[in-house]
Design a protein around this ligand. Structure first.
Ligand SMILES: [Zn+2]
Ligand SMILES: [Zn+2]
Length: 99
């Protein structure tokens, strides 16, 4: 699945290591999402819409010690959202975050 509109490309590699010209292995550290109401409906033309304002955030742990979050917003064909993906470098906090 490709979208031309992505703000930041996440290609499965650690952005920090990529910047340093290194390679590493990434471990999926879990996904969390906001809990706002998702709206799904068929419009007047019978077109199915999936409007989800929730941002999904997935942690990745890099084998060289980096950690970062990949945020994504699902897109709808009507242009409701652009299906953006952003990458945020962040220290991973060890204790469990409250949902
Ligand atoms: Zn890294
Ligand atoms: Zn829509």
């Amino acid at each position: 699945m490709t979208t031309d509109d992505k703000r930041v490309e996440f290609d499965g590699r650690c952005p920090q290591c990529k910047a340093e010209g290194e390679t590493s292995r990434l471990r999926d550290g879990g996904t969390s999402a906001w809990l706002m109401n998702v709206s799904t409906f068929y419009d007047e033309a019978g077109v199915y819409h999936f409007h989800d304002p929730n941002r999904r955030s997935t942690w990745f742990d890099c084998s060289r010690g980096h950690s970062f979050l990949v945020h994504s917003w699902p897109a709808c064909r009507c242009g409701y959202q652009r299906g953006e993906t952003t990458v945020e470098m962040r220290e991973r906090v060890k204790h469990k975050a409250t949902p």
